[in-house]
Design a protein around this ligand. Structure first.
Ligand code: SIN
Length: 485
């Protein structure tokens, strides 16, 4: 791979189990490629059921002394890991751009975002409180919080760094150990994080990384193994449902951050320029490949035409290209299959009467590049309304009334993020409360950060990541009754 790093030892291609770099027991590997060029980047060790069980065994042992440490000691290690990530931001961003495709400025942003979870939970882990309940003369009722146990995590390719730290940081801060399967498309970012965790002094076994081309083998062991007490997953709703079913046999706790179908509702009384700015960021960030990306733009009829015209003018300014080119604003999508799925949705919409305002086809750049697209004359029977597009395609729907907007927003099995643009304070409350979503951005679409509870309702998942609520997902509540006083 042609990638000049300041520190080439961040580029690891073996699995990281119990503090050691190892190959899979069968010696198998899988190819990691650059989505912008198709170039082979590395052959990475592919582990299976046996190595997963080995990592879980090591996690269970390592957790015993880790959870017994004073929280401030655990915090020191997380702080150190955070510092090393910041020190190595250029290399981590370069690794991310080459394996995931996002422009370098977005990769740097993600590395900062990912590191922020370590810093946040290094602090938050010191503030795990218990409770003394109403008691009687001869007894005291006490609640203590304990780490949930060994955590298994499965993370996606769209945020190869931040989705890992968003899970590992609260798990480790709470006193748990974590075994992680990163997405097969982007294991190199995960392995670089493991190298830095090792340098930060994280004891062996607390954070193992299991790259694999055999997701059912690793996921099967994670969900069946009785030593794993919790599974945390970010990915598609169908896979989340499957994992939840698999976890039922051992009654594991689960956190699921699944698909979305985010509406951006823009009312006639909105600041149209702010709405366009927000919609552009939300729709086209990471080339449309985030779970909270605007999936449906719902625009009130009075400003619809003006909105589409200005929105299209702004999209025309995008520069599709290679993530390392300085003027690139948007990169490729992750795989040829992803590109085909996006194109199929666009073609289906067009066959059903949609108009292509801009884009609407794969780019001449080839590989994973799809032209930033805007569709009008779209309706609720089309897959661009019903399904998560996960690509740079913005269907713009028209609505007449507030009630209709709420009903359109809720007309989906998903409920992750939604956005509302209006200047009317009463409407802000009515719509925010009336839509069924875990997160609502009002006159704002850049809603993510380490201090907020990220998560959804309905089939978008359960549990929250980040914030003080994110720690809860890694803690058990134990009631102790002291009698005979
Ligand atoms: C996601 O797409 O799942 C994460 C997006 C974010 O954290 O902003």
């Amino acid at each position: 791979m042609k990638l000049a790093l300041n520190d080439s030892s961040l580029l690891q291609t073996q699995a990281f189990i119990n503090g050691e770099w190892v190959d899979g027991s069968k010696g198998e590997t899988f190819a990691v490629t650059n989505p912008a060029t198709g170039e082979l980047l590395a052959n990475v060790a592919s582990v299976g059921q046996a190595e997963t069980a080995q990592a879980i065994d090591a996690a269970e042992v390592a957790m015993k002394s880790w959870k017994a440490l004073p929280p401030a000691k655990r915090s020191e290690v997380l702080e150190c890991w955070h510092g090393l990530i910041i020190d190595n931001i250029d290399d981590l961003a370069a690794i991310m751009t080459i394996e995931q495709g996002k422009p370098l400025f977005e990769s740097k942003g993600e590395v900062m975002y990912g590191a922020s979870y370590l810093k946040w939970f290094a602090e938050e882990g010191k503030r795990i409180y218990g409770d003394v309940l109403p008691s009687t003369a001869d007894r005291r009722s006490i609640v203590i919080r304990q780490p949930v146990g060994v955590v298994a995590a499965i993370t996606p390719w769209n945020f190869p760094n931040a989705m890992i730290t968003r899970k590992a940081a609260p798990a480790l801060a709470a006193g748990c150990a974590i075994v992680l399967k990163p997405a097969a498309e982007t294991p190199l970012s995960a392995l670089a994080l493991a190298e830095l965790a090792k340098r930060a002094g994280l004891p062996n076994g607390l954070f193992s990384v299991l790259p694999s081309a055999d997701a059912p083998a690793v996921g099967g062991e994670m969900t069946a193994n009785v030593k794993v007490k919790k599974l945390t997953f970010t990915g598609s709703t169908p896979v989340g449902k499957l994992l939840m079913k698999q976890c039922a046999d051992t009654v594991k706790r689960t956190s699921m951050e699944l698909g979305g179908n985010a509406p951006v509702i823009i009312f006639d009384d909105a600041d149209i320029d702010e709405a366009i700015k927000g919609a552009l960021i939300s729709k086209y960030r990471n080339s449309g490949q985030t779970c909270i990306c605007a999936n449906r733009l719902l625009v009130q009829e009075g400003i619809y035409d003006a909105f589409v015209e200005k929105f299209a003018a702004a999209v025309k300014e995008f520069k599709l290209g290679y993530g390392f080119d300085g003027d690139t604003t948007h990169g490729p999508v992750i795989t040829a299959k992803a590109l085909t799925d996006i194109d199929t949705k666009v073609r289906n919409a067009v066959e059903q009467g949609a108009n292509v305002v801009i884009g609407g086809k794969p780019s001449e750049l080839g590989h994973g590049f799809y032209e930033p697209t805007i569709l009008t004359n779209v309706n609720d029977t089309m897959s661009v309304f019903r399904e998560e597009i996960f690509g740079p395609v913005a269907p713009v729907f028209k609505f007449a009334t507030e009630e209709e907007a709420i009903s359109m927003a809720n007309d989906t099995e998903f409920g992750l993020a939604a956005y509302v643009y209006t200047q009317n304070i009463g409407r802000i409350w009515r719509v925010s409360e009336g839509i069924e979503y875990g997160m609502v951005g009002v006159n704002e679409t850049a809603i993510s950060s380490e201090v907020i509870p990220f998560g959804g309702v309905k089939e978008s998942g359960q549990g929250r990541e980040g914030s003080k609520y994110g720690l809860e997902d890694y803690l058990e509540t134990k009631y102790i009754c002291m009698g005979g006083l």
